[in-house]
Design a protein around this ligand. Structure first.
Ligand SMILES: [Cu+2]
Length: 360
């Protein structure tokens, strides 16, 4: 037995340096497919690595830094607050309704039910303990009480079902015709936003390095270079997909969260009531930089949104349809002329938009 113990001890001693080394320095993980940067355990290091790897063309001055129109975020709105335990302030009707339902109906209800059950348990434990109640009752049925404890929960559930189902229906309400359509694509590890109705090709959106975010007065690990810009007071229809693995598009202040699944187009809508910047994050574990692909939605009044669309070289939704000749194909202008027109339309903004991401 002694021999066995000493062998075990010496084995442990031999293993110690290796274990210590593993604890002190970080083990480089094998590079993921596509050549992810070497990963360390320290979140800060990973963040800056990821940000550097993701940063758009290092030599070119970043467009976002010189953008006079870029909206400043407001503390406590559209972003988490330190120590916060409540939902973020909601800026959509569905979000406000859900917030009301959660904090004015469900929370009081579960508090009352929990306290009632706790009170009943305590009462039973003390009043009917063996010392206080040596001869237990032989009662096995009480029809009146049984009807009560069946019907009361049924009525409570029915009362909750009505607002719950109407919220569900509101969330799945199809987008109206004049909705602004944005195709959202989740990539490892950034987002792409395309405005098909406005003729704006995909805009790549990547996290700002922490020091850049600080310089811009934006929250760390939530700020991005190119935001998703949307109009206020108009329904936005998102067509969400993934290009590699499953991501999830989630913005708490907009009450919006939907998976981005490769090979599938998921649809959701929201209508923002207040101009502002609303941050979110990928909410489906999607790989090593899952924590570094934030979302920033900038909601602008319609006129400013139109101006933004123009700066991107896009056009009003429907303008393309108006320009489209309303005549049979034979008498339509030649394809070449149409192609040139579209080309011109898109040429003047190429400098403003971030270059598409190179292979990661
Ligand atoms: Cu993701």
């Amino acid at each position: 037995m002694k021999i066995l113990t000493s062998i075990l001890l010496s084995l442990a001693a031999a293993a110690m340096p290796a274990t210590a080394a593993l604890g002190a320095v970080t083990a480089p993980l094998p590079a993921a497919a596509g050549g992810a940067p070497e990963t360390t355990v320290s979140p800060a290091a990973t963040a800056s690595d990821a940000a550097q790897a993701n940063a758009p063309g290092a030599d070119a001055a970043p467009g976002y830094a010189n953008d006079p129109f870029r909206l400043k975020p407001v503390d406590g709105v559209g972003q988490p607050t330190p120590g916060g335990i409540d939902f973020q302030p909601q800026v959509t009707d569905n979000g406000a309704y859900a917030y009301w339902m959660s904090n004015s109906i469900l929370l009081p209800l579960i508090t009352v039910i929990s306290l009632l059950v706790l009170g009943l348990l305590l009462w039973v434990m003390f009043r009917y303990r063996a010392a206080a109640n040596p001869v237990p009752s032989k009662t096995s049925h009480n029809t009146f009480i049984e009807i009560l404890w069946t019907l009361i929960p049924v009525f409570i559930l029915l009362a909750i079902a009505y607002p719950s189902l109407s919220l569900l229906a509101a969330q799945y309400k199809p987008a109206p015709k004049d909705a602004v359509t944005i195709k959202v694509t989740g990539y490892q590890w950034y987002w792409g936003y395309e405005y098909p109705d406005n003729g704006i090709p995909e805009i790549i959106s990547k996290m700002l390095p922490p020091e850049e975010a600080a310089k811009m007065g934006e929250p760390r690990q939530l700020a991005v270079d190119n935001r998703m810009v949307v109009p206020v007071g108009k329904t936005v229809k998102l067509l969400i997909t993934g290009s590699d693995v499953i991501h999830s598009f989630a913005v708490p202040a907009l009450w919006t969260k939907l998976d981005a699944v490769p090979g599938r187009l998921n649809e959701t809508t929201f209508k923002i009531n207040k101009p502002g910047v609303y941050y979110g994050q990928c909410s489906e574990l999607c790989g090593v930089d899952h924590g570094f692909m934030p979302i920033a939605v900038e909601a602008l009044p319609q006129a400013q949104f139109d101006a933004w669309v123009a700066r991107q070289g896009g056009h009003r939704a429907g303008a393309k349809d108006l320009a489209k000749p309303d005549v049979p194909a034979e008498t339509a202008p030649s394809g070449e002329a149409a192609a040139t027109a579209v080309g011109d339309d898109h040429a003047n903004n190429s400098g403003e938009r971030a270059a598409p991401a190179t292979a990661q």
